[in-house]
Design a protein around this ligand. Structure first.
Ligand SMILES: [Zn+2]
Length: 164
């Protein structure tokens, strides 16, 4: 067992992430919003809602520069479902409980979930909504994409960190 205060060499380091910084701030539709830019790769975001200035000043991890350091679950969606998630109506994304999704979900840990409109390129960030990975739970649903009732993994999409 580790002794308390034994900080040197034992504490796991959080991965160093390149961060994007605020380049523009203002009100968009009455909501505090900011735009970020990464000074490494020059990637710019569109307007993003930020609750506090303190949070905005910390910046956000650059999607482009950190792709190899972040553990990301990628979900590619049809426009209808992507729009519902984007507007906040839909907060769960269902994946069939088959071998393909078993391998990707069961016992896995991610940092973020990228919810993509179709198959965007790395720079088409307005087609990617990013959520904190908060796991999944098994569920039985009836959904227009599936035949009848199906056993699914319901992926939690409530903690949004990125996306317009
Ligand atoms: Zn970058």
């Amino acid at each position: 067992m580790m002794k308390q205060g034994d900080l040197f060499g034992t504490k796991p380091k959080a991965p160093y992430l390149k961060r994007m910084t605020v380049i523009d701030a203002g009100e968009v539709h009455g909501v505090n919003s900011v735009r970020y830019q990464c000074f490494c790769c020059n990637l710019e975001t569109s307007w993003m809602v930020e609750k506090t200035i303190t949070k905005a000043k910390r910046g956000i991890p650059c999607l482009q520069c950190n792709q190899d350091k972040l553990r990301i679950l990628h979900l590619n969606l049809k426009e209808q479902w992507w729009n519902e998630i984007n507007s906040g109506i839909k907060t769960l994304e269902y994946r069939l409980r088959n071998q393909y999704w078993f391998k990707r979900l069961v016992g896995k840990q991610y940092d973020f979930v990228f919810v993509k409109l179709g198959y965007p390129s790395k720079t088409q960030i307005d087609r990617i909504i990013v959520f904190v990975w908060n796991g999944y739970f098994p569920m039985i649903v009836k959904h227009p994409e599936f035949d009848g009732k199906q056993e699914v993994y319901a992926i939690d999409l409530t903690e949004r960190v990125w996306g317009i």
